[in-house]
Structures are given as structure tokens and as C-alpha cells.
Design a binder for this molecule. Structure first.
Ligand code: AMP
Ligand code: ZN
Length: 470
């Protein structure tokens, strides 16, 4: 696997700390609002990265935090507390807001076929770990107390701006002169580890600490939560490009000061989804969500395909025109795959040839558009349908576009043919639903059996009734 490493600014061969295993960390959402489709671009590409590692034979352990405390509206320590902002907007408590938007986030992920990371940990679960890390940083002389807050002293590091070139470093120091002055800081680039003197009178969540009642800064979350589950050596850390500075820069500063050695080897950053007015962001208020796309009639997986068709290291501009083109291409592709006959035997040589091409694509700095091209190549290639189906089924472990859904009937509404059949089955499903509501279970069963005799299988799922042809 070759991957671009933001730390070295090069595409590098990925070599994990332990052979065959990957420890992977993802900065999770700040749960004060719905995720917008920009945030979800990052999570889709991180999902493809994780699945590519697995496809290439690695055993992956992936951890993600949920930011439910400490994230101020500027990623430096200024501005409003995002969670308080959400709570005020909706007249709810911070914890109610956190629960609601965490659930909403995972619902969106499910619709986009984004796998839930192996470990998901809310920041408010780990206060003891944060306090411990801050105590060690104080003991080691990397942190100081001033104005009742605890700060990280960036001047104690040889190289704080690890992600930047020399000229960028000079520029960044200049830019930082503009940030709101906190007279407690010894250096402009220092950042808060623990707030005891809250700027917010109505700060809702506070915990006892050796320094008094307070709450953690945002950056400490990811250092602690990743170490809690992945140990002192990590292979790869992910996020959107806006996380590079200051968030990931600060994570590296405090983590390496704490462990006393290099912490994470590879840094994977996804570029932004923009709309016509620039970077899509939650703070703008008016943003695009998965539900909005659904209400306009788009299958969420069309958005996943939209993302996969461009490289994660290029900014991507959202437009409905492109979405319409992708939707048409997606429906055509699913239909074409549905026409393949599930008969005969897999041609092992052909399978190996195209599987290698797919692995080359994802293993080449996650070239997802090339990976989709391999799907089209398989459809065009000279091989039997069974081999084509096996290959596409296998690739879909990574692409997760439900490419075989036309065969299973899950996306039957996308097929142009069989419209009459679809209408008929849906009317029967409605009839059965009504019968169940009336508690006429005999009738409900009779409808199911009647369909079964016609080769239609009904499946009751949490999302409702699905149907497929036998
Ligand atoms: P947040 O919920 O604001 O903490 O952000 C969650 C993730 O989305 C982070 O990894 C961000 O870097 C990423 N992100 C934020 N805005 C965008 C965007 N417009 N496009 C892609 N990723 C983004
Ligand atoms: Zn983080």
C-alpha cells in the first residue's frame, strides 16, 4: 500500500509497526449539529482507506472519538463553545444534544455504508485519562498553570510546526499574532489543556481536577483516546485537512512530549468538499446533509460514488448537475450488473488478473476513481458472468456501493424495467402492513405466501420491508 503522508509530504510505502496489523485513529465529529456532506466526504474516504487495508490483508483496529466537550468555534482556544452553542440553539442540555447528533451521525454513516469503527469513545468518558496526561505533562515541564488554566508550552519543543515547511512556519507564526490575545499564554502558539477559569458563565459540563472544577481542551481528547485503545505507537491518523493545524499539530506536541518518542507514523488528510461559496462548514448554518439529498430523491450511495470518483487529495466542488450525472451512471451500472447471470464457474486466472488491478488502484494512494474504472473494465472484459459477479462482489467490500443491489432487489426502484412488478409488490406490501395494523396476521401471512409463490421474497428489516426476486 502506497499512501501520501502529510508528515513527510511524500507518497510512501506503508509499513506498520507490527507486521500485518494496522492501528488507525480518526478524529470523530463534534456533535452539536448534523454532519454535513463535507464532513461525510472525510468519513467516506477514511472508510475506503480502512476497507482497503483489510482488503489487502491487514488486520485493522480503528478508533474514533466523539467530541462532546471542549471544541471552541475557533480551533485555537477562542470563540464560543460549540456544544453550548448547539444546546442554546435547541433549548436542550449539552448531553441531550450530544446524544441526538451522535445517533444522527451514525444513521448518516449507515446510509452511506460507512462502517462503524471498532471503538467509538465519547470524550466525556475519558476525563480521568485527560487529567492523568496533563499531570504527566506538568511533571515533565511541558505544561504550566496560568490564570487558572493549564497550557502546553510549545517553546519546549524543537519543532512544533511539524507539518510545515520553513517558509510556512514563518508565515504561521505571523498569522498567529492575529489571534485573540490570551495574556496567560507564554507563547502565542501555546494551547489550553484544561480550562478551569471558564470563559463561559453557563459552562454546563465541569469535572473535579487537581486544578479545580473545569473541562478539557479539545486536542487532548484525541491523544488520550487513541493511546487508551491503540497504545503508545500508532500507524495512521486521519482527518480533514483543516485538522492539520492546529489540531493535529497540537496532538503530536502533547503526545510525543508525554510518551517521549515518535507517536504516529502516517498522517492521512482528506481535502475539502466545497460549495460555490467555498468550504462547506457547520458554522455557516445553511449546509447540505444526507437527509436533504434524500429529500431531493438521491440515493445516499450516489453521493458516496460522487466522492469515490475524485481523489481524496483534491478539493471537490459539489453540484447537483454532477450528482445527476453520477446518479444516472450509478443506476446504469447497477442495472448492468443485475443482468449478469449467476451461472457457471469462476475463472481463477481472470479473477486474479482483475483483482490485482483493483488492488493496484486502491494501493496507489487510494486511487478510487481508478478502482471504479476496474469495475467497468470487468463488465467489458472477455470472461464469464460468474467471474464478473465474483469480482464485483469482492470489490464492493471496499467500494461499498451496493453494486449487486439490483440483483437482490434492494434498489429495485432504480431499475427502469420491472416497473409494473415493483408497483404491484409495493401495493401488496402496503396491504400486508394494513393487515398487520388490524392484527389480521392470517391475512398478512397469506399475502407473504402469495408473493412467495410468484417468486418474490419479503424481508422485515429495521428500516422496513425489503423485497427481492428469488
Ligand atoms: P467536525 O465535526 O467539525 O469536528 O469535523 C469532522 C470532520 O470533518 C473533521 O475530520 C474535519 O476535518 C472534516 N471536515 C470539516 N469540513 C469539511 C469539508 N468541507 N470537507 C471535508 N471534510 C471536512
Ligand atoms: Zn482529533
Amino acid at each position: 500500500m502506497k499512501i501520501f503522508n502529510t508528515l513527510t509530504r511524500n507518497v510512501e510505502e506503508f509499513v506498520p509497526n507490527v507486521e500485518g496489523k494496522v492501528s488507525m485513529y480518526t478524529c470523530g465529529p463534534t456533535v452539536y449539529h448534523f454532519a454535513h456532506i463535507g464532513n461525510l466526504r472525510s468519513y467516506i474516504m477514511e472508510d475506503v482507506l480502512e476497507k482497503s487495508f483489510r482488503y489487502l490483508g491487514y488486520d485493522v483496529k480503528r478508533v474514533m472519538n466523539i467530541t462532546d466537550v471542549g471544541h471552541l468555534s475557533s480551533d485555537a482556544d477562542t470563540g464560543e463553545d460549540k456544544m453550548l452553542k448547539g444546546a442554546k440553539r435547541e433549548h436542550k442540555t449539552v448531553m441531550e444534544i450530544a446524544k441526538f447528533y451522535t445517533d444522527a451521525f451514525f444513521e448518516d454513516c449507515k446510509k452511506l455504508n460507512i462502517k462503524r469503527p471498532d471503538v467509538v469513545e465519547p470524550a466525556t468518558n475519558c476525563i480521568t485519562e485527560f487529567i492523568h496526561m496533563i499531570e504527566v505533562l506538568l511533571e515533565k515541564g511541558y505544561a504550566y498553570q496560568a490564570g487558572e488554566n493549564i497550557y502546553f508550552d510549545t517553546s519546549k519543543l524543537k519543532d512544533y510546526y511539524v507539518f510545515s515547511s520553513q517558509s510556512e512556519k514563518e508565515l504561521m507564526v505571523g498569522v498567529r499574532d492575529d489571534v485573540e490575545e490570551d495574556t496567560n499564554k507564554r507563547n502565542k502558539s501555546d494551547f489550553v489543556l484544561w480550562f478551569t477559569k471558564s470563559k463561559f458563565d453557563n459552562q454546563e459540563l465541569k469535572w473535579e481536577s487537581p486544578w479545580g472544577l473545569g473541562y478539557p481542551g479539545w486536542h487532548i481528547e484525541c491523544s488520550c483516546i487513541s493511546m487508551k485503545h491503540l497504545g503508545e505507537y500508532m500507524d495512521i491518523h486521519c482527518g480533514g485537512v483543516d485538522n492539520i493545524f492546529p489540531h493535529h499539530t497540537n496532538e503530536i506536541a502533547q503526545s510525543e512530549a508525554y510518551v517521549g518518542h515518535k507517536w504516529c507514523n502516517y498522517w492521512f488528510h482528506v481535502h475539502h468538499l466545497n460549495d460555490k461559496s467555498g468550504k462547506m462548514s457547520k458554522s455557516k448554518g445553511d449546509f447540505l446533509t444526507v437527509s436533504l439529498l434524500e429529500s431531493k430523491g438521491y440515493n445516499p450511495l450516489v453521493y458516496r460514488m460522487f466522492c469515490l470518483q475524485s481523489h481524496y487529495r483534491k478539493p471537490l466542488e459539489f453540484s447537483y448537475e454532477v450528482m445527476d450525472n453520477v446518479a444516472a451512471a450509478y443506476n446504469k451500472l447497477v442495472k448492468k450488473i443485475a443482468e449478469l447471470k449467476d451461472e457457471g464457474n469462476v475463472d481463477d486466472a481472470k479473477f486474479a488478473e482483475y483483482d490485482a488491478r483493483f488492488k493496484d488502484a486502491v494501493g496507489n494512494d487510494l486511487n478510487t476513481s481508478m478502482a471504479i474504472t476496474v469495475v467497468y473494465d470487468v463488465l467489458r472484459a472477455d470472461m464469464n458472468d460468474k467471474t464478473k459477479l465474483s469480482l464485483i462482489q469482492s470489490f464492493d467490500k471496499v467500494l461499498s456501493l451496493d453494486l449487486l443491489s439490483g440483483k437482490s432487489g434492494k434498489n429495485a426502484e432504480n431499475e427502469e424495467t420491472d416497473e409494473e412488478l415493483t408497483a404491484y409488490v409495493l401495493s401488496k406490501i402496503e396491504e400486508r402492513k394494513a393487515a398487520k395494523k388490524e392484527k389480521d396476521f392470517a391475512k398478512a401471512d397469506a399475502i407473504r405466501n402469495e408473493l412467495l409463490e410468484q417468486g418474490i421474497v419479503l424481508e422485515d428489516t429495521r428500516e422496513g420491508v425489503r423485497w427481492r426476486k428469488m
